[in-house]
Design a protein around this ligand. Structure first.
Ligand SMILES: C[S@@+](CC[C@H](N)C(=O)[O-])C[C@H]1O[C@@H](n2cnc3c(N)ncnc32)[C@H](O)[C@@H]1O
Length: 248
């Protein structure tokens, strides 16, 4: 395995080792104890300005956002009940159990099945049997997590009423993908995500169950709008890159 392919878990040591390497190359005869001291001062400064944040991507099986942050030098972890699709730092289990583990930033993708307006026809039933309230509680535990910077994403739905409107809505076509899939971002201590590449949308990413297309001129995608739940849920690479570039 090449050196750059894997970052060690302790980024402070990693930064310090890199700094030591450079300082020794610059001055091979220098005092190694002094070099070690200076290297750790530099490593601490890098950690303090946010390089090497401890990042949690909650409810992510794809590993897409996690890898985008990792590529920028962060100690990024994904967590999902499912295994990860890309080998890497992944915790398979309940994310609620690790919210107190000292994260600097969390980006969460909680399930929208019982929250999204696309399923509003079933809300009455889901309100009666308590299923929707469970999903609302899960969403609220994520947004109120004891983490300095938080982004929770979800499509338009009940949270807009029971909690508040999102800070912004984004679409894949704002980030270089020719699809429509309106997604709200609820933010804590994070700036609005700026669009990186606006393209013309060709189709909806998925046809919401039981909902007709509002815009009839918008063509169905080649799969007839019936992509699997997993494919529909995966974060778009352009959005993941924007998050890592702007929030990392
Ligand atoms: C809409 S998908 C998000 C997928 C994500 N955008 C990605 O690219 O992998 C919601 C995910 O939340 C996960 N999930 C649900 N409850 C969870 C929990 N308590 N802890 C961790 N993950 C959970 C599900 O397994 C599902 O994969």
């Amino acid at each position: 395995m090449k050196e750059h392919e894997e970052l060690p878990i302790n980024l402070r040591d990693y930064f310090a080792a890199k700094a030591m390497q450079v300082l020794i190359e610059l001055n091979p005869r220098s005092n190694r104890i002094e070099i070690a001291k200076s290297s750790y001062i530099m490593a601490d400064a890098m950690c303090a300005i946010g390089v090497g944040m401890k990042v949690l991507i909650a409810c992510e099986f794809s590993g897409i956002v996690r890898e985008a942050f990792k590529a920028r030098g962060h100690d990024a972890w994904s967590c999902d009940l499912l295994p990860t699709e890309i080998e890497g730092q992944h915790i398979q289990g309940d994310v609620l159990e690790i919210l107190n583990d000292g994260w600097d930033l969390m980006i969460a993708h909680p399930p929208c099945t019982h929250l999204a307006v696309a399923g509003a026809a079933w809300w009455k039933e889901k309100q009666k049997n308590g299923i929707q309230q469970k999903s609302i509680n899960f969403f609220m535990k994520l947004i109120n997590a004891p983490i300095n910077k938080v982004c929770v994403e979800n499509p338009p739905g009940i949270m807009t009423k029971t909690y508040r409107k999102p800070d912004q809505y984004i679409e894949p076509y704002h980030f270089g993908h020719e699809y429509k899939k309106k997604t709200g971002l609820w933010l804590k201590n994070l700036p609005i995500l700026l669009y990186t590449k606006i393209v013309i949308p060709e189709s909806y990413w998925s046809q919401p169950q039981g909902m007709a297309y509002k815009n009839k001129s918008m063509k169905l995608n080649s799969t007839g709008g019936h992509r699997s739940e997993k494919i529909r849920g995966r974060t778009f690479q352009g959005i993941a890159n924007a998050m890592a570039e702007q929030w990392g």
